[in-house]
Design a protein around this ligand. Structure first.
Ligand code: PLP
Length: 421
């Protein structure tokens, strides 16, 4: 039996319609932007393996650092014990995060980073004997697949089955120049009428809902209103962190920084699962008490896994290099040039760019939607061109590892033009 036949027998894949799914492609090797299939084909990983990879697959430097760590300390409990990789990583991350951030709490993926942020926020108020149970979030938001993450996320096909078990959240539309005044008034009014604990958002780019982009200046205004009304702000930078939007963090596009920041995906350069929730000192201080019931009772078995931390440290070494930022800039410039070239194409409803991300919204008879049937047509076409894209319905995007070359980008753009013919 082939690997992919055995796969069909034994394995259940994420976000996959198992009944109609084609046999999974068996990847036997990764190198730079490429995946190599057992049958000899190679594919450009144009979406960085679900947005996690930064420096290419099997990056020699990160692989070496991780191997060294594995011979020293693979894992240890993280209560009462600590280790150099976790402490060094916390210190170095705080050097890059906005100045208001002062503590790093570790977990092991993006959803847990969000859960930690939500629980920190609720308990921040609880510890002060203030009753504030409600969250505000954006329509179309995606914050992960755990119950807290689903609750603050958009109500859609992803979580229909769980709707009755999700907690109530007030969803607001993304800010535009037209609705910003009304939005601010709404938040002001709600905060007078309801007990609002926090506001969670994907800063400037909403990933899973289709790489929707919005203005940093408008987000700044919303954060300001939250600050005035004692609403804790949580930036979910799980997708936008580590250069994706053209700056180190999407928060770097903002004047008003979030109180809590969630990181994962690119954190380890795409090597290993690791989550981080950072917070401002005043949040942490609300948990410092003689009263032991004010402890933050949250932790995962693999909290701050040293091997994952060593991958993150190695990835930071590369992110601190000038060459990496030249690459990020090059990708953005190429994306912008291609956008100019293609944006009048009648088959496209919209083309948008933010940093290393370019998204294309295809004009289809069906509405823009995750289950839009265009998705299969798009991925089949590009696979056959040796390009791995994973559309979100009729929206597809390039979100490449930073080591991609101009030539590889040109090849992807040319294939997109061919697809749109
Ligand atoms: C992917 C993602 C998550 C969830 O992260 P996982 O590691 O898949 O659990 C949360 N928030 C945002 C913005 C994401 O893009």
């Amino acid at each position: 039996m082939s690997v992919s036949e055995k796969d069909k027998l034994f394995v259940w894949h994420p976000f996959t319609h198992q009944l109609t799914a084609k046999p999974a492609i068996t990847i036997v090797k990764g190198e730079g932007v490429y995946f190599f299939e057992d049958k000899g084909n190679k594919y450009i990983d144009a979406i960085s393996s679900w947005w996690v990879n930064l420096h290419g697959h099997c990056n020699p430097y990160i692989s070496k650092k991780v191997s060294e760590q594995l011979l020293n300390l693979e894992h240890s409990i993280f209560s009462d014990f600590t280790h150099v990789p976790a402490v060094t990583l916390a210190e170095r991350l705080l050097g890059h995060l906005p100045n208001n951030q002062s503590k790093i709490f570790y977990s092991d993926n993006g959803s847990t980073a969000v859960e930690v942020a939500l629980k920190m926020t609720l308990q921040y108020w609880h510890n002060q004997k203030i009753n504030k149970p409600l969250f505000i979030a954006f329509e179309n938001a995606y914050h992960g697949d755990t119950f807290g993450g689903m609750s603050v996320g958009a109500r859609n096909v992803f979580n229909n089955a769980f709707e009755n078990s999700l907690f109530n959240v007030a969803h607001i539309p993304l800010p535009t120049k037209e609705n910003i005044i009304e939005l601010k008034n709404t938040i002001q009014l709600w905060s007078e009428q309801h007990e609002i604990a926090g506001f969670i958002f994907e800063p400037i780019v909403q990933g899973a809902s289709g790489m929707l982009m919005y203005e940093a200046e408008l987000l700044d205004e919303i954060i300001a209103i939250c600050n005035q009304n004692n609403i804790i702000t949580i930036a979910d930078e799980v997708m936008t962190g580590f250069g994706r939007t053209g700056k180190f963090f999407a928060n770097d596009h903002l004047k008003n920084k979030a109180d809590i920041i969630c990181l994962s995906k690119g954190l380890t350069g795409g090597y290993m699962p690791l989550g981080v929730t950072s917070c401002a000192q005043f949040i942490y201080d609300a948990f410092l008490s003689e009263d032991k019931t004010k402890t933050f009772f949250h932790g995962h078995s693999y909290t701050a896994n040293p091997t994952a931390c060593s991958a993150a440290l190695a990835s930071l070494d590369l992110l601190e290099k000038e060459e990496t930022w030249q690459q990020i800039k090059m990708i953005e410039e190429q994306h912008l040039q291609f956008k100019k070239k293609i944006e009048t194409n009648s088959k496209l409803k919209d083309v948008r760019v933010q940093g290393t991300i370019i998204a294309f919204e295809l004009q289809t008879e069906e509405q823009t939607h995750y289950l839009n049937n265009a998705s299969q047509t798009i991925s089949d076409f590009f696979l056959q061109k040796g390009i791995l894209l994973r559309p979100l319905g009729n929206i597809f995007y390039i979100l490449p590892p930073y080591v991609i070359t101009k030539e590889e980008l040109s090849y992807i753009y040319a294939s997109i033009e061919e697809f749109l013919k």
